[in-house]
Ligand binder design. Structure first.
Ligand SMILES: [Zn+2]
Length: 184
């Protein structure tokens, strides 16, 4: 950040009084520009034991498959964000069930929230950010061409839980070069 989004003044990095970490602070209007993690909300849409995936048309990971998910907007709930992303990326209307996986990604300052969701009708088509949208079974999922570790992990948990018919909420920490750590 070089210039203040409030007044256009130059930005400096200082530890404000009473704080304990460096912040972007405007040299003119003294506004402190706090930076906080972003929330990515998404769905695992299920239609008769098949999962709806989208093939990404945009970077990062264009051409790879993902569950519909994206950054939360202001003035919406996490469930609304997950449903909206599913509409935008797969033109599908889902019924959100419950929160299924939470991923902490501190190295990229993101938190992923994936909800289980029902797709009542097999009605979908690729949205603007997708090349295609398709239903997959465990056997047909393109496991080697999934876009993100969060997606692979969520799908692995789902098919494992499906065999037990018990879908347990999980919190997972993902580190850049370490293996996955599941927090009990
Ligand atoms: Zn300013």
């Amino acid at each position: 950040m070089n210039y203040c989004s409030h007044c256009g003044g130059e930005i400096t990095t200082v530890i404000p009084e009473g704080d304990n970490r460096l912040r972007y602070v405007c040299t003119q209007c003294s506004t402190i520009h706090y930076q906080n993690p972003k929330i990515v909300a998404g769905c695992l849409p299920v239609y008769q034991n098949q999962i709806l995936l989208c093939q990404r048309a945009i970077h990062p990971r264009a051409g790879y498959w993902t569950l519909p998910a994206g950054f939360m907007e202001l003035n919406e709930t996490t469930q609304q964000a997950a449903a909206r992303e599913t509409w935008e990326e797969a033109c599908a209307t889902v019924e959100i069930d419950k929160l299924y996986t939470l991923f902490n990604l501190p190295h990229i300052n993101q938190v992923y929230l994936i909800f289980l969701a029902q797709l009542p009708q097999p009605i979908f088509s690729p949205g603007e950010e997708s090349l295609s949208a398709e239903l997959f079974t465990e056997e047909t999922i393109p496991w080697d061409n999934l876009a993100f570790p969060t997606i692979t992990k969520t799908l692995q948990y789902y098919f494992s839980d499906l065999k037990q018919q018990q879908f347990t909420f999980r919190t997972i920490d993902i580190a850049p070069h370490a293996s996955y750590q599941q927090v009990k």
